[in-house]
Structures are given as structure tokens and as C-alpha cells.
Design a protein around this ligand. Sequence first.
Ligand code: ZN
Length: 286
Amino acid sequence: MFNRLRADRLLSLGLLQPLLELQKQRSHRVPVLMYHGIREEKRSGSAYFETNTSPDVFAQQMAYLAAHGFRTISLDAALDPTRDKLQRAVVLTFDDGLADLYTTAMPVLARFGFTATVYIVSGFTEVASHSKHVNGEEYLTWRRIRELADCGVDIGSHTVNHPRLWTLPPEQVQTELVQSKCMIEAETGKEITHFSHPFAFPGHNPRYLTVLDDSLHKCNYTDCVSTLIGRLHSGVDRFRIPRLPVNTHDDPAFFAAKLDGAYDWLSVPQRLVKKVRSSAELLQTR
Ligand SMILES: [Zn+2]
């Protein structure tokens, strides 16, 4: 079921994990795990780009966390500079607000006493009190989102329409950020300060990043999680919080290596690839 020969897995387990073991660099960074759908179906042919996690693998991963003394904490706690006891802490995040978070993931989280942060696409929630289907996906209704919020799950925004924000004019970027925040606040009665950036984070687009930061500030968001790879550390940029993508292909050893920091090296090739791509795009537009 697992592809044990993929290059990123072999390097993480064979080289980086033993090196980290030697250097004892394990305890001061908090893994922020990034989940999407919790279901059997695979969306991508590539293990790297897969976003779904099967219910069995998800339950295994939560059991691993519990068995190894991990506790789930909120993003606010992970970002709090006055807290120093962050060993064995992990933040669980779920993007998109898919219905299987409620039906499949929540019972597992409840079993282990875990909490999470869920990022809602406010325009995908429901039509006339019924759950909405967009591109074949079923999303959470407001009733379920309220129930999650009342159970202590942190709710954040993932825009109104899940657009490629960097392709929009600045005013529209701000509209996506402010309208989703207002709608979620009106429906849950809670202040919304967490934001998750949709799609691969365009880290090499300085013009867009200025617009994004400006909009996040204006809308009073305190933090923004991204698809940049790595674990959260004390000097992190709150609007570029790195995460660890997790999916159905993560066998227990690979999952453990990611938590330990043995996957963080991938942030370097990830940055390089993005830089090359953005330079190529720049050349094409000239
Ligand atoms: Zn998304």
C-alpha cells in the first residue's frame, strides 16, 4: 500500500533522520500537519502531491501521536513566544472544510482528545441549509462548523471562493479575505484570526506577497499557514507559516520522520523549484 522507494522518503529516513538524531535538534520546532480530505480515494498519481488521507492511515497517525506522547495545541499556543514547553506538541490543520472532516476525522480526534484548526471556504458551505457540493466535493454546513467550534476546534478562513489569489487584482484579494472572515464570524459568533492560503504558496512573487501581507493586516488576521515545507519555529514569519503535508502514503516510519524534522530539508529544493519556475514565467512574459 505504501511506496517505500520514493526519493523524498528514502532521503528523509536514511540520511536526515539519523543526522538529526545525532545533533539533537528535535525539540524546539512544532510540526503543523496539513490535511485535506480523510477518505480512501486518491486524487493524485503522485505520492508527493496527494491530498487525501485514508481513514485507516489517519487513525494510525493519530494513534502514533498518542502513543508517542504528542499533544495537540492551537496555533495561538504554538506562536506564543512566552511558552517554552513545546516539546511533543503538534498542530493539526485541515484545509477546505470538507464534510469528511466531521464524519470521519472528528470521531478519531475525539477518541484521542485531540483538537485541530479547520480552514473554511465560506462560499462552499451550504445552499438552503443543505451541504454544498463543489466539483464533486461535499463541504461542511454551518451547523456542523458551529458544532466543531463549540467543541473547541479552531476555525479559520480559506477565502470565499478558493481562488488563485495571486492572479486577482489587489482589491479582490482583500475582498476574499474580508468577506470570508465576516461570514464565518457571523455564523460562528467567534472572532476569526487564522488564515490558510489556498494552493501552492507563491513565495517568489514579491509584488503579490506585499498585497497579501497588506490584506492580512487590514483584515486583522494574526497568522497565515502556507504550503511551504517545514516546522514552526520561534522566529517564524506569522504570515508564512510552514507546514508538513501528510497523506495516505505516509507510512508510520515516514510520518515519524516528518514529525522529527527529517522532512524539513525539502524546503530547500521546494524554494529552488519555485524560484526557477517564477524566473521562467517572468522570461515568458517579457
Ligand atoms: Zn484549499
